[in-house]
Ligand binder design. Structure first.
Ligand code: UD1
Ligand code: MG
Length: 447
């Protein structure tokens, strides 16, 4: 399989190569690769432009071939020839995909290959779509049910421009024939590019005919601008939400929940409105995620409750039946089964034992300005409100930390500790104090 990704994507106006812009939490080319991988091909080769090391890194371990100059889609396909030598020698079929089309499904790729391999099937199978507006696409010109040629917008007659069926940018072909005939393509056209679409005419003349498989336009929507990036995102989000609901999660207001390509939601999970999932989130059965939460790289065990307004950052795990409440942030923290951090806390680089309670306003001071340090809180510990735990520090099992403490040394199991200043009480003095202040104020106003 060949994935074309040598385009600069100038309309994105970005320092990032176009195919690396993320959709649903991963670069769009990785969506294309995932669809391709689902067919288990012998080899996938990505065609990139010189200097696109970041693309090569993103697609590894798949091979990258370099197209030295962007001379057209046929020229780009030919750049992959050397990398596919072994497969071509074995007479393999080849599928050409675009790296900027993240919505393609494995089912459609499979249908194209099946048509290509059908006994008596065509040498080349082009993916046809009917966009609401065909402007800019290569028109599929049919005669007596046969594809006679694909004509690009700039080379088309008025009659050809009226054709609604266009090429979506994917083609499956008999590999050896594809490369042999692609090498004969010239750049005799309006854009002076080597058009892959010229293969239709050349193939027909050489006894290697073309056929068409049709699919929904959404599957081949390409991303050329930030606007189209947002459109692709919206379509993918809709697919992910539908899948989550089909698998047994309740999304109270699905259109306000944003998922990542790999978000895993168990059964009877309830997601309230306005929740955002970054990559790497697993939510087990029966979890409730209340409104306005943001989660990335976290596992939430069964029966836990999260939010509203919680922020769960990478490397965290919320134990079975645990509670994480409003305005609580966890980072690289293991919250044990049944533990609670219900209000206004930052718990980072920490482990919290089962059944422990983290009081409102608790902070793990994990960063000394240079290094990060860990806080270990044992099972059934009670941390009083507004406590600062200055890491590295350990609080032993069952200990109680008084509210307002600053803990700088380890606390033994079963101990009660408090570091706050002793309280002072001066009886029968508040009224007198206020009277004195009022007198001072009146004196000032007279002057
Ligand atoms: C191409 C098709 C058109 C089809 C449309 C579908 C040709 C000649 N035209 O037009 O029939 O309807 O796609 O989207 O094929 N690329 C390279 N190297 C190059 C040129 C392009 O890698 O030298 C890559 C681009 O990065 C892009 C893809 O090939 O991903 C398509 O190239 P583009 O120039 O956008 O072709 P279109 O004009 O869109
Ligand atoms: Mg294009």
């Amino acid at each position: 399989m060949i994935v074309l990704a040598a385009g600069q994507g100038t309309r994105m106006k970005s320092a990032l190569p176009k195919v690396l812009h993320p959709v649903a939490g991963r670069p769009m080319i990785n969506h294309v690769l995932a669809a391709a991988e689902a067919l288990d091909p012998a080899r996938i080769v990505v065609v990139a432009a010189p200097g696109m090391e970041s693309v090569a890194a993103a697609v590894a371990p798949h091979a990258t071939a370099i197209q030295e100059k962007p001379l057209g889609t046929a020229h780009a396909v030919l750049a992959a020839r050397a990398a596919l030598k072994a497969e071509l020698a074995a007479g393999a079929d080849v599928l050409v995909l675009y790296g900027d089309g993240p919505l393609i499904s494995p089912e459609t790729l499979g249908a194209m290959l099946a048509e290509r391999r059908r006994p008596g099937g065509p040498a080349f199978v082009w993916l046809g779509v009917r966009p609401p507006d065909p402007t800019g696409y290569g028109r599929l010109v049919m005669q007596d049910g046969r594809l006679v040629r694909i004509v690009e917008e700039k080379d088309a007659s008025a009659e050809e421009r009226a054709v609604a069926l266009v090429w979506g940018g994917l083609v499956a072909g008999a590999g050896p024939a594809l490369f042999e005939l692609a090498a004969k393509i010239d750049d005799n056209n309006a854009k002076r590019e080597f058009y892959l679409t010229s293969l239709v005419g050349i193939g027909n003349a050489a006894g290697a005919p073309s056929g068409v498989v049709e699919t929904a336009f959404d599957e081949v929507r390409g991303v050329n601008s930030r606007q189209e990036l947002a459109e692709a995102e919206a379509i993918l989000q809709q697919r992910l939400r539908r899948r989550a609901m089909a698998e047994g999660a309740t999304l109270v207001a699905p259109e306000t929940v944003f998922l990542s390509w790999d978000t895993a939601l168990g059964r009877d999970v309830t997601i309230e409105p306005h929740v955002v999932f970054g990559p790497g989130v697993t939510v087990e059965d029966g979890v409730e995620i209340r409104a306005f939460c943001h989660l990335t790289g976290v596992t939430i065990r069964s029966g836990a409750q999260v939010g509203p307004f919680a922020r769960l950052r990478p490397g965290s795990e919320v134990g079975a039946g645990a509670h994480v409440g409003n305005f609580v942030e966890l980072k690289a923290t293991l919250l044990g089964a049944g533990a609670k951090a219900n209000h206004l806390a930052y718990v980072g680089d920490a482990s919290v034992g089962a059944g422990a309670n983290i009081g409102a306003g608790t902070i793990t001071a994990n960063y000394d300005g240079v290094m990060k340090h860990r806080t270990e809180i044992g099972p059934n510990v009670a941390i009083g409100s507004n406590t600062v735990l200055v890491a590295p520090v350990t609080v032993g099992e069952g200990a109680v930390v008084g509210a307002g403490s600053t803990i700088t040394q380890s606390v033994p199991a079963d101990a009660i500790v408090a570091t706050r200043a002793p309280m002072t009480v001066t009886e029968r003095s508040a009224a007198r104090y206020k009277a004195r202040l009022k007198a001072i104020k009146a004196e000032k106003e007279r002057k």
